[in-house]
Design a protein around this ligand. Structure first.
Ligand code: ACO
Ligand code: ZN
Length: 409
């Protein structure tokens, strides 16, 4: 096993029954899903640094923003593993740290409005585990489930209506009443065992709010909206004899001034790294194609979001270039970036960043050209060979709605 000292920030502390205390640690430059409670004997308190103030901003007397080092193996719950040593201290802004674990924000209202007030508490994971269908999952981030449920070892979630319950008995009783065996809304896509349901955040408010609560457990950087009216939710399911089980979803604004085609995207951790994220992304671009728009995901992207989009964009751009080269319309072949955008329904900045990432843009005789090597074509073919399941536009049954023409969503 590999050990290293990792620099961390004390976000909160809480007393233990044995008179000692525990500290909630955020590891500097690591994703917050690795944050955890540790005991003081796991910390190297000799290296504590006091908070530094920027622009002589006052530090609250309760702000115990200490930097400590802790000996541990950093291993992501998601399977991401990293062993790099402690990084330099970059975060020097003072933070208000609750002296003990807070009770949690109100169970109603929008987190976006309360973001500042609850900044301290929303940094701390509050749900221990969730059970949903056959899977138990350990949350990555804070989500404002009711406080009484957060004190329990497990929250039970009905996998079809997403209602949260405090015990498996309550869930059993709920299942006798809940007749759903698929998400609500319209099934707009089905091919083999994969379906996608479109759910209107206004018409199915309860479901949409429960979905946001669930998603927030695994999404850090996006604000949770209790006001789900302006959003549509596209839930992807996998079919078996017991029903259509959610594997992931993305949300999308009914009207987006920036032409975002995805607001938030999530694959449930128990289904991650099996290609569903990519299918969801592919589906989001199919909707943009039917709408006749160029789309892009809402920023900022998370680390895993960026990895998935990079992978999708790279494949999509290479596929379009190779298809074009197989039957060019001009000689010598000439395809502009804007034509690529139209073919892929991708925004120009995403196409350009992908071409740069793949190192395909070169400057030749006074102009920019796209160069494809045989090596990159081979790599692409191999990578596409692995992707057995693709979205098939023939199976989409969907008409876009013009939401601007409707008085209220
Ligand atoms: N480590 C390394 N690479 C990864 C990982 C990982 N943990 N997870 C996915 N990838 C890569 C895969 O290798 C794959 O690339 P490849 O096919 O070229 O090998 C690509 O990302 C897509 O993999 P999928 O299996 O299709 O993706 P998955 O179903 O795991 O879903 C997602 C990806 C949705 C980002 C998932 O990780 C997730 O839900 N994360 C938590 C929520 C989140 O961060 N969402 C994105 C926020 S940004 C936004 O909402 C617009
Ligand atoms: Zn239910």
């Amino acid at each position: 096993m590999y050990f290293d000292w990792i620099e961390g920030e004390i976000v909160a502390k809480r007393p233990l029954e044995n008179g000692k205390q525990e500290f909630y640690i955020h590891y500097i430059d690591y994703n917050k899903r690795l944050d955890e409670w540790v005991s003081d004997d796991q910390l190297d308190v000799n290296k504590i640094k006091l908070p530094q103030t920027k622009n002589s901003r006052p530090v609250s007397p309760t702000a115990m923003l200490n930097k400590v080092s802790r000996k541990r193996k950093i291993e992501d719950t998601n399977g991401y593993s990293s062993s790099h040593s402690a990084n330099s201290d970059t975060d020097d802004s003072p933070t208000i740290v609750p002296p003990i674990v807070p009770a949690g924000p109100p169970s109603t209202g929008s987190l976006s409005q309360n973001q500042n007030t609850y900044d301290g508490l929303t940094r701390i994971k509050n749900v221990q585990q969730i059970e949903m269908g056959k899977a138990r999952m350990t949350p990555w981030y804070f989500s404002p489930y009711p406080q009484e449920l957060c004190n329990l070892p497990v929250i039970y979630i009905c996998e079809f209506c997403l209602k949260y319950l405090k015990s498996s008995n309550c869930l059993k009783r709920h299942k006798l009443k809940c007749k759903l065996y698929h998400p609500p809304g319209n099934e707009i896509y089905r091919k083999n065992n994969i379906s996608v349901f479109e759910i209107d955040g206004r018409k199915n408010k309860n479901y949409a709010q429960n979905l946001c609560l669930l998603a927030k457990l695994f999404l850090d950087h996006k604000t949770l909206y209790y006001d789900t009216d302006p959003f549509l939710f596209y839930v992807m399911t996998e079919y078996d004899q017991f029903g259509l089980h959610m594997v992931g979803y993305f949300s999308k604004e009914k009207e987006s001034s920036e032409d975002y085609n995805v607001a938030c995207i999530l694959t449930l951790p128990c289904h991650q790294k099996k290609g569903y994220g990519r299918l969801l992304i592919e589906f989001s671009y199919l909707l943009s194609q039917v709408e006749g728009k160029l789309g892009s995901p809402e920023k900022p992207l998370s680390d895993l979001g960026l990895l998935s989009y990079r992978s999708y964009w790279s494949n999509a751009v290479l596929e379009a270039l190779i298809q074009y080269l197989d039957s060019p319309t001009e000689s010598p072949p000439s395809l502009t970036i804007l034509e690529l955008c139209d073919r892929l329904c991708m925004k120009k900045e995403d196409v350009i960043s992908t071409l740069q990432h793949l190192n395909l843009i070169h400057y030749y005789k006074g102009q920019y050209i796209i160069c494809l090597s045989n090596e990159i074509i081979d790599q692409h073919r191999k990578s596409m060979f692995r992707r057995k399941v693709r979205i098939d536009e023939k199976y989409l049954q969907w008409q876009p709605k013009d939401w601007s023409k409707r008085g209220k969503w």
